[in-house]
Structures are given as C-alpha cells and as structure tokens.
Design a protein around this ligand. Structure first.
Ligand SMILES: Nc1nc2c(ncn2[C@@H]2O[C@H](COP(=O)(O)OP(=O)(O)OP(=O)(O)O)[C@@H](O)[C@H]2O)c(=O)[nH]1
Ligand SMILES: [Mg+2]
Length: 359
C-alpha cells in the first residue's frame, strides 16, 4: 500500500517548490473532482519506499470558508494521509502558525517544514526550531525549498512517524483487542456454548433404553444419550455425507456449532468427546482422546482443519455480508459456496491421503 503525504500551508509558503524538489519530473496535474482548483500529485521515493505526494491548495485557515479551505480540509479529514507536512513561512511565523494549530487539532500526524529560512535569516529573525518542536509536539525541520536545503531531513522526519509505532501505542492496541475478545468470550461465546450444551443434552434418553446399559458401561450410555439429543440427531443425519471427508457424527456437531461462532468448534468437539466422563481427575485432554479414538487419524484432523478454514462464515459475519451487500443473495452465496468449496477440499485431502496410505 502506498502511503500519502499531504503538503499543506499558507499561500506562497513554498509548497509547490518543495513538491517539485521532492517529486522531480514525476508529477500529475489535474483538478479536484468537480472543481477547477489545481490538483498536483506525484511520487516520492526514499530508501526504496514510495509515497504519493499531494500538493494541497494554499490556505490561511481550515475554517472552510473558501473553496481552497474546503478542499484542503476535506482531503485531510477523509483521505487520512500518513502525515501532513505543514509548510510554514519562517519569515511570517506568527501568521502561519494559525493554520498549523488547526491542522494539529485535526488529529493527523503532522511534520513542520520551517521554510524560507534564508529570508528569515536575512531579516535577522532567529527561530529556535527544537523549542518550537517541543512546544507544538511535532517534528520541525528548517528548510530552504528553493535550493533543496533540509529536503532530505524533512523526509526522513515525515516518513518516520508511522514507520515506528510506539511501544505504548502497540500495547494499547493489543490490550483493546484482547479486551474485546474477553468480552466476546464472556458473553456471546458463553451463551452459544450453553445453548450447544443444551442441544447436546436434551431430549433425555427414554428410561427403557437407558436401562440396557449396566454398570461399567457409562461411556456407551453417554454415547447413546448424545446420539439421542437434538445435536446428536443432526450430526448423525449428516454423517452419510461427511464421512467422505472422514468426519463422524460428533465432529458434525462441532461443525454445526461453529456456524454460531468459529471459536466454539474446539470446545464443542471437547464436549462431544467427553460426555459420560464422570471422573474429572482421570479426564484426558481432547488431543489425547482423539488420538486414542478409532475414528481419528492425523489425516482426519488435517481434513478437518482444511474444512474449518474454508467453510461458511459464522452467522454474525453472514448477517454483516447481507447488510453490506444490501441483499441476502450474497450472504446465501457465501454460505453455500464456501461450504461446498470446503467440503470438496476436505474430501480431496481425505480421499487422496487415504489412497496414498497416509495417516
Ligand atoms: N527565498 C526563498 N524563496 C522560496 C523558498 N521556497 C519557495 N520560495 C519562493 O516562494 C515563491 C512561492 O513558492 P510556491 O512554491 O509557489 O508557494 P506555494 O505555497 O505553492 O504557493 P501557493 O500555491 O500559491 O499556495 C516562489 O517564488 C518560490 O521560488 C525558500 O525556501 N526561500
Ligand atoms: Mg502552489
């Protein structure tokens, strides 16, 4: 992805001169959509990375009175450039900083090019750039756009703000995501797990059938109970088809549950394979249980991974697709197409693997 650098500043501050110095001959001149204000874009390369450079119309403020102000403001607000280089006329610092503050207040990364330093110097104006940078909280680079002084430093300065994310920023972002997941796991996923447990537990096996199982046959009884439940019946009815991919009826229960939320596939598989386990101390992990199960081979697990990666998005995603696409056609298509594709891939993997004697 090519990042955009926008050049903003007062009229006559040297934006176009700097733009030309940075892009060389590689530039495009056009108009902003719908208006005749000139739009200049070019490519700027540094350290093997490419940036799209945009020369915004010169403005004294971002209050959106004139067409130029509206264009500059809209560009920064909607295009969200990676960084806005604010070209400030050092010889008219006070007047220029008005716009600077407005750009900083828009919340985009800003870097200041303190231009016309030669003019300022000849007028006896001395500017403490590091202090100005500390006061504004953005990098400040003295430049003379006309002869290219400070050009190199400015890019290095302008390219850096997004290249190195701060440790604090990364930690905050990571924490937000983690918290989002914890909340989801604690609410949606818990609710779905309870629902799936209920579907796997009811209706109860009639007493006359349960009586066939004597002491020491708890595991067989639990299997019969699970098969009798709503979820067990769904899983069993799908088995004639899914066994082509090596999936038994218990695996089918987990896959149907996965349509509610992909996160519950493993936990549902765990429940389906541990029902009837009365001694919690002796209970083994799902992986050991599957390794011992006669229905499972490494090839089955591989086919299952392939299927889970490709099959229908969960129902929340399907609802989102319908909303975004504005019709249920795409939602139904994504469910059907993905599930068929996943099944074809899983069957191919399982059958080809079996033929080759793998697993
Ligand atoms: N002395 C000096 N002159 C400069 C410098 N940078 C630009 N200029 C001159 O200042 C004048 C205005 O520069 P432009 O680049 O056209 O300014 P601009 O910001 O694009 O102006 P608008 O597009 O009208 O907003 C030109 O004559 C440039 O040659 C500089 O650092 N020092
Ligand atoms: Mg210009």
């Amino acid at each position: 992805m090519v990042h955009t650098i926008a050049l903003a500043g007062n009229p006559n501050s040297g934006k176009t001169t700097l733009f030309n110095a940075l892009t060389g001959a590689r530039q495009q001149v056009g108009n902003y959509p719908g208006v005749t204000v000139e739009k200049k874009t070019g490519v700027y390369k540094i350290d093997g990375r490419e940036f799209s450079l945009v020369d915004l119309p010169g403005t004294y403020s971002m209050t959106a009175y004139s067409l130029e102000e509206v264009i500059a403001r809209d560009f920064i607000a909607t295009q969200k450039p990676a960084v806005v280089v604010d070209i400030v006329d050092a010889a008219n610092l006070e007047r220029n900083l008005y716009l600077t503050l407005q750009i900083i207040e828009m919340g985009v990364p800003v870097c200041i090019a303190l231009n016309m330093m030669d003019v300022a110097k000849s007028r006896g104006v001395r500017i403490d750039a590091p202090r100005l940078s500390a006061l504004l909280g953005v990098p400040v680079v003295p430049t003379v756009a006309r002869n290219g002084t400070g050009k190199k430093e400015l890019m290095t300065a302008a390219a850096k703000p997004y290249r190195l994310p701060t440790v604090r920023g990364v930690l905050i972002h990571a924490w937000e995501r983690t918290w989002q997941y914890i909340r989801k796991a604690g609410t949606v996923i818990l609710a779905i797990s309870i629902l799936l447990w209920a579907l796997m537990s009811f209706p109860n096996l009639p007493a006359d059938q349960a009586d066939h199982f004597g002491p020491g046959q708890e595991a067989a009884l639990a299997g019969a109970e699970l098969r009798h439940s709503v979820a067990g019946r769904i899983g069993t009815s799908l088995e004639p088809v899914t066994e082509l991919a090596g999936f038994d009826w218990r695996t089918n229960i987990a896959l149907v549950g996965g349509f509610a939320a992909k996160e519950v596939i493993v936990s549902t598989l765990g429940t389906a394979y541990s029902m009837g386990e009365t001694d919690a101390e002796a209970a083994s992990g799902l992986s050991q249980r599957l390794a011992q199960s006669p229905q499972w081979k490494p090839l089955t697990a591989f086919a299952l991974i392939v299927f889970v990666m490709f099959y229908s998005p969960c129902f929340v995603a399907v609802v989102c697709i319908a909303r975004e696409a504005g019709s249920w056609k795409w939602a139904v298509f994504s469910m059907a197409f993905n599930t068929v594709l996943a099944f074809v891939l899983a069957v191919s993997v399982y059958q080809a693997g079996s033929l080759l004697g793998l697993g």
